[in-house]
Ligand binder design. Structure first.
Ligand code: MG
Length: 429
């Protein structure tokens, strides 16, 4: 046992009134208030681990209560064996009924697991991507729960992927420190923005060095045609422009809608239908080929990703840093993607998701996939100023974080001002 203990678990219901500007608006979520159900773990020797689940407003109190329910798992514990602690939380025989491994309780596990990793990385004085990247293949497989995966990925197969991925690690770490990881931006494409704002933001994205943008679609086909045309005019015929329907369509409608937009050459079509509809995604993928399907931000766990990979439902896997069971389950998902040879282009945006997910993609590059080819991390230019170690974008790329931790820590004054409903931002609204 280590000589320190976690002695306090603090939770905060933090909400940002983003619906006032229609930032983040899409076909499914017209007026989100970006929120974090936030947790701080404190140790008796003065370290802190920060983590959160991202929500979009109402229900953030429910999410915060679910995090609080995990308190007995971390009080009196350390952050040394995070494979065991993650599995204990996921397999709590009573809490598990609330999922299993999906929804509010699973996102709460994610928040706590990520806070534990923030704590561990801070204690070891390394950014998380590097801490994970320097672990041995044998250490990494101990972090993964292989339950329900053996028909697609065994422990031995994972070890083989990681051993192969370990070759050339040092050079890749040096390359990341030097030139970062490519990003794409969703900032131009929110559905609530008018054409002039779309045009201006597309131009800015090009000027800022991004090599891909994304447009929200799915509310009105005529609007989508017009907006895609505007974006093509600004960006040119060959520039990758992805589209994102945020689960708006049934299978048949998705196929018809995407065919109607195919003349504009979408780079990928994201979340065309329900995130639970494995076979529906596969049907859409076959019908719209060679246009590719991307999905994952609402995929609830590694088992759904496994099925999607087995069924050919997706060509780009968009894991989310704070929806599945945190870092540990995301390592399983990175390994599954590598097993099937599918590139991971993670979901980000919201509040703090860019800060978190950059570490996972960089770990993927260093130790799993070993390449950035065909891979980009989503970037959205919102709310970074509230973080102690915000993402740094240079020439359309994420600079590799150098501060110890998971970049998850919000500024204390931001937490106080945005606490719901008593922080000053909400008290006066
Ligand atoms: Mg999306």
């Amino acid at each position: 046992m280590s000589d320190y203990r976690i002695v306090a678990v603090e939770t905060h219901d933090i909400r940002f009134p983003t619906s006032l500007e229609l930032d983040g608006s899409d076909a499914m979520n017209p007026d989100p208030d970006y929120s974090a159900a936030y947790v701080v773990l404190r140790t008796d020797d003065g370290f802190e681990g920060h983590g959160f689940a991202f929500t979009i407003g109402r229900g953030n109190d429910v999410q915060t209560a679910a995090i609080k329910a995990l308190e007995p798992y971390v009080i009196g514990r350390d952050a040394e064996d995070l494979g065991a602690l993650y599995k204990e939380m996921v397999w709590d025989s009573q809490l598990r009924w609330l999922g299993p491994e999906k929804g509010v309780m699973h996102m709460a596990v994610s928040a706590v697991v990520n806070a534990l990793w923030d704590l561990k990385a801070k204690r070891e004085g390394k950014p998380l991507w590097l801490l994970l990247g320097e672990m041995s293949p044998e250490e990494i497989v101990e972090l993964v729960d292989f339950s329900y995966l053996s028909d697609a990925l065994t422990r031995d197969e994972a070890l083989a992927i990681l051993r192969k991925g370990a070759v050339g690690k040092a050079e890749r770490i040096a390359r990341l420190k030097e030139s970062g990881y490519p990003a794409y931006t969703t900032s131009p494409g929110w559905l609530g923005y008018d054409d002039d704002k779309l045009r201006r933001l597309c131009k800015e994205a090009l000027d800022d060095g991004f090599t891909q943008i994304k447009l929200k679609v799915g509310a009105d086909l005529e609007d989508d045609v017009r907006r895609f045309k505007v974006a093509r005019e600004v960006c040119g015929p060959d520039f990758p422009i992805a589209i994102d329907a945020n689960q708006r369509w049934d299978v048949g409608a998705a196929i018809r809608w995407i065919h109607a937009l195919s003349e504009f050459g979408p780079h990928w079509v994201e979340e065309p239908t329900s995130p639970d509809d494995v076979l529906g995604h596969a049907t859409i993928a076959r019908a719209i080929a060679p246009i590719k399907v991307a999905t994952g931000e609402h995929v609830q766990n590694r088992m759904i990703f496994k099925q999607m990979l087995q069924a050919g439902s997706l060509s780009y896997l968009q894991l989310d840093s704070a929806r599945v069971g945190g870092v540990n389950e995301n390592i399983a998902i990175l390994l599954l993607a590598a097993r099937f040879g599918v590139p991971v282009c993670p979901h980000a945006g919201g509040v703090g998701l860019c800060e978190l997910v950059q570490h996972l993609s960089m770990f993927d590059f260093v130790a799993v996939a070993g390449t950035m080819e065909g891979r980009v991390i989503e970037y959205v230019d919102h709310l970074h100023e509230h973080f102690v170690d915000p993402v740094v974008i240079e020439q359309g790329r994420y600079a590799a974080p150098s501060r110890p931790g998971f970049s998850a820590e919000m500024r204390p004054e931001s937490i106080a001002a945005h606490s719901f409903p008593d922080g000053e931002v909400w008290r006066n609204s």
